[in-house]
Design a protein. Structure first.
Length: 454
C-alpha cells in the first residue's frame, strides 16, 4: 500500500525537505489533511467533462488548455479531453490514490468516471491518442509518445486491482493486448501503432525518447503484478534484453533516443541508433538513458537477474566523465567523439550551445539521478532495496511529508484549487500541480497510518 501512494511523488518530496526541517512542528493533523484532500479532489473533479480532463484551466475556469508537447493552446471543442499526462489518466490515478489511502468510496466513483471517459475515446487499435472528442468518431491510431496510451492502460490496471468492474476490464484488456501486439520481435516498440509504412518515418522506430519504451515496460510490469499473467512479464523481459543489446559499448555505454526498427532495409541497419526530428540527431542521450537505468533497476529487483544490474555501473561511469563544465549534462552527445551536440533555430547541428532552438531542454542535471541510483544500489543491494519499499517511514520522514502536506494545504485557494504560474508567465490551474499536491497529502496520510499500525 505504502509504495502505491508515494511512487509518483518521491522525487517531489526532496524539493520540500528543507521546508520540512525548518517547519517540522507545523504539520497538519490527519483530519486536516483528509479535509483538504476531499476539498481538492472534489473541486478538480467538478472541472471534468464526463470524467475527462484538459491539461490546464485558466484561473477563472472559463478556458480549458491543451498542453500536449508543452505547447499550450485554448481548447475550442467543449467535449475534448487530453490523454497525455498529467491530464486524464494521471488524474484518475491520483483519485485512485486518494481512495487507497482513505477508503472513501467517493474517490473511487470519481476514478470510475475517468475510466468511463477513456472508454469513449479508445482508439480502434486499442490505445489512445493525445486528445479526442467524447462525441467524435473513434480514433484509429494509438499514440505511445509522451506516455499517452501507456498511462491510460496503467490507470485501468490499477483500477482493476481495487474495482474489477467488467466494463472497465473490457477497456483495459484491448489496451494491454495492443502493447503486446505493438512490440517488435527484437523487443522494442514504436512510438505509434499501427507504425507508419514509410521506413524513413522516425515514429516507426524503436523509441526511447520521452521514456516511451520504459513506460511500455512499467505498464506491463504492473499488469503482471496485478493480473498475474506471465505473458506480460515475458514482454517486459524481451524489452529488457533488447535494451541490453542496444546499450553502446564502453566508454559510451548509454543509449540513443531511438533505434531503427526490425524491418528497415537498404542503407538503414535494424537496431542501430537513428535520428528523429530535425533537432534530434543520431546521438547518445543523457536524459532518456536515466529512464532506462530506472526501469532496468526495476527489472533486476523483480527478477534478481544481475545482467540488468550490471548494465548500470557502465552507464554511470559515462555520466561521470561526460559532465559539462557547469556540472550539468548536454542532452545529446556525438557518437565516438562524445562531444555535446546542439541544434540552432536554423536547423544546423552544432557543437556550440550559444544559439539553440527554443522550447527544448538542451542541458540539465539528468546524470545526478543516475549516479544517485547506483550509489543506492551499492549501499543497499537488492535485499535492502526490496525491504525499503515496505519499511515503516521514520519519524523524520513523516515530518518531511507533513511539511509538504502543510504547504499543499496552505496554497489551496478557497475554491479548493491550486493556482500556479504556467505557460508564458500566466497563471493556471494545472493538472500536474493537482496530481503532485494530492500525492503529497496522500503520502502524508499513508505515513501516519503506517506509523500508527507499526
Amino acid at each position: 500500500m505504502w509504495r502505491h501512494v508515494i511512487i509518483w511523488v518521491g522525487l517531489l518530496m526532496a524539493g520540500h525537505a528543507a521546508y520540512g526541517q525548518g517547519e517540522s512542528a507545523n504539520v497538519p493533523t490527519a483530519d486536516e489533511a483528509r479535509a483538504g484532500l476531499l476539498q481538492a479532489v472534489s473541486a478538480f473533479h467538478a472541472l471534468s467533462v464526463q470524467g475527462g480532463h484538459a491539461n490546464a484551466y485558466s484561473p477563472d475556469l472559463k478556458t480549458r488548455y491543451d498542453g500536449s508537447h508543452g505547447k499550450y493552446g485554448p481548447i475550442s471543442a467543449p467535449d475534448q479531453i487530453e490523454m497525455e499526462p498529467p491530464a486524464t489518466p494521471w488524474i484518475g490515478r491520483t483519485m485512485l490514490g486518494a481512495y487507497r489511502v482513505t477508503g472513501d468510496e467517493r474517490y473511487l466513483r470519481m476514478a470510475s468516471e475517468v475510466a468511463d471517459a477513456l472508454a469513449k475515446v479508445q482508439a480502434e487499435s486499442g490505445g489512445w491518442p493525445a486528445r479526442a472528442r467524447l462525441s467524435g468518431p473513434r480514433p484509429k491510431t494509438s499514440d505511445m509518445d509522451d506516455n499517452r496510451t501507456q498511462a491510460c492502460v496503467l490507470f485501468l490496471v490499477e483500477l482493476a486491482e481495487v474495482e474489477p468492474a467488467p466494463g472497465h476490464r473490457d477497456v483495459m484488456l484491448p489496451g494491454l493486448d495492443l502493447l503486446l501486439k505493438a512490440q517488435y520481435p527484437s523487443g522494442g516498440w514504436p512510438q505509434v501503432y499501427p507504425p507508419p509504412e514509410d521506413q524513413d518515418n522516425y515514429r516507426r522506430y524503436h523509441t526511447i525518447n520521452d521514456a516511451t519504451i520504459p513506460d511500455y515496460m512499467r505498464t506491463l510490469l504492473t499488469a503482471y503484478r496485478v493480473l498475474g499473467e506471465q505473458r506480460y512479464l515475458d514482454a517486459v523481459l524481451r524489452a529488457a534484453d533488447w535494451l541490453l543489446q542496444v546499450q553502446l559499448p564502453e566508454p559510451q555505454a548509454v543509449w540513443a533516443q531511438q533505434y531503427y526498427d526490425d524491418f528497415v532495409n537498404g542503407p538503414l541497419t535494424p537496431n542501430s541508433p537513428a535520428p528523429a526530428r530535425w533537432f534530434e540527431p543520431t546521438a547518445l542521450v543523457s536524459s532518456e538513458s536515466t529512464a532506462v537505468l530506472r526501469i532496468l533497476t526495476e527489472i533486476w529487483l523483480e527478477t534478481g537477474d544481475r545482467r540488468y544490474r550490471d548494465a548500470i555501473p557502465k552507464a554511470v561511469k559515462w555520466f561521470k566523465r561526460s559532465r559539462l563544465p557547469d556540472g550539468r549534462w548536454a542532452r545529446f552527445y556525438e557518437l565516438c567523439t562524445n562531444r555535446p551536440l546542439y541544434c540552432t533555430p536554423d536547423r544546423i547541428i552544432t557543437y556550440s550551445d550559444e544559439d539553440l532552438r527554443p522550447g527544448y531542454a538542451w542541458q540539465s542535471s539528468w546524470g545526478e539521478s543516475a549516479i544517485a541510483l547506483w550509489t543506492k544500489i551499492r549501499k543497499l543491494g537488492r535485499k535492502g532495496m526490496l525491504a525499503e519499499r515496505d519499511r515503516k517511514p521514520s519519524a523524520e520522514r513523516v515530518r518531511e511529508l507533513g511539511a509538504a502536506a502543510r504547504q499543499a494545504l496552505d496554497t489551496l485557494d478557497e475554491r479548493g484549487l491550486w493556482v500556479t504560474e504556467g505557460f508564458e508567465g500566466h497563471e493556471r490551474v494545472w493538472a500536474g500541480a493537482f496530481c503532485s499536491r494530492v500525492g503529497e497529502l496522500c503520502a502524508y496520510l499513508e505515513a501516519l497510518k503506517a506509523r500508527e499500525n507499526g
